[in-house]
Design a protein around this ligand. Sequence first.
Ligand SMILES: Cc1ncc(COP(=O)(O)O)c(C=O)c1O
Length: 446
Amino acid sequence: MGTEELWSLKAPRIVVEPPGPKVREILEAAGLPPSAYRHPLAAEAGGIWIRDPDGNIFLDFISSRCVVNIGHRHPRVMEALRRQMDRVTHGWVEERHKLDRELARITPGRFEKRVYYALTGSAANDCALKLARWATGRPYVIAFAGAFHGMTYGALSLSSYKTWMIRGFGPNLPGVYHMPYPNCYRCPFGLEHPDCDLRCLHYIEDYAFKSYLPPDEVAAVFIEPIAGDAGWIVPPDGYLQGLKELCERYGILLVAEEVQTGFGRTGRWFACEHWGVEPDIIILGKALGGGVPLSAVVARAELHERDGEYFRHGHTFNAFPLGCAAALANIEVIEEEGLIERAERLGAYLMNRLRDMMERHCSIGDVRGKGLLIGVEIVGDKASKRPDVEAADRICAEAFKRGLYIIRMGSYGTGVLRVAPPLVITREQLDEALRILDESVGAVEI
Ligand SMILES: Cc1ncc(COP(=O)(O)O)c(C=O)c1O
């Protein structure tokens, strides 16, 4: 199938119940049971589609975990890669500096910035953690319960997605304190917004700072402006602004972890812009390279120097030429195709349709998000909000059988469907995805 044909497909195509014979053979050779087939094995991908070796074509409703915001193998990125491959694939190239300027331009904050590169979101988190401690000379760091920041030791220590991230690996990096994330559907304080007066925010100052955590020794607060794997939890208005003010009061750096929420996904370049907050450091990954591995830390330039010394950090494949070329093309595509506005517009439509589904289905307890990043929380009982992870898994399996690739996530024992299609999805394709999702939820509720 040609790339153009694949891009313009209107509905998934299931020619044999997955896993088909070719995938079964591959699974068997890899020592995996057929039941392991819950993610499409890609023989070819283009736009919102992934074709597996048996010819089944799946709609990638999660953008392969928020990586392909502009679609799989966008022609502009492919062209930029080819041009770069013909010239230089390793070494110091001008594109790196172009990308520095582009990232400084599109990230919030009109101050001088410095960019550090890595290849993964985890490594970028580690870099930001080192930078925050080094630049402030302070040892402690605040992160949030339920957060997923990655698998390297620094990122792991900032995380608290699930206990398997900690068990057997400890002790993790000392000095990281996890605060309750603002979660209005499952308020950690059992309160209702706005009567709660943002207790979750005041907890930091009123309890942590007055008992176990001296604020003048806190280097940074690491926060996902919309919690990711925890279940796409959107903080109430005022929380992020309040957190920024708190940081300013105590000279603490605010680090926006936008590995998952960046690059137009939420209807803004970066999610923190929804609340007009300018972080001191912003962490980027996933969609940055348009499908090519690249991550970055964009920080206030002044953090780079302390007492005549410079912050030391780097990797062998730092800012590698293919990644930089792809990231530059990615930014162009997002701007020229108006994908941020599109995410906002289609996101509003998607949100309405999903909220309508929530009215009709007893297993959908909550629908929340911004732009084309929406969490659909599956519950066993709406009144008690009892989570139902097993039902969430079964919905994903039903959807997969029908050619819709969706997965579940969620901290605190919850099962949340992760709705995050590529921003290039059309309204028609979105309708088809929703039809399948509706049918899959219905099939599990029977
Ligand atoms: C918010 C967030 N930060 C960091 C990471 C880690 O990125 P990587 O897997 O590229 O190391 C992830 C990965 O899912 C993530 O969702």
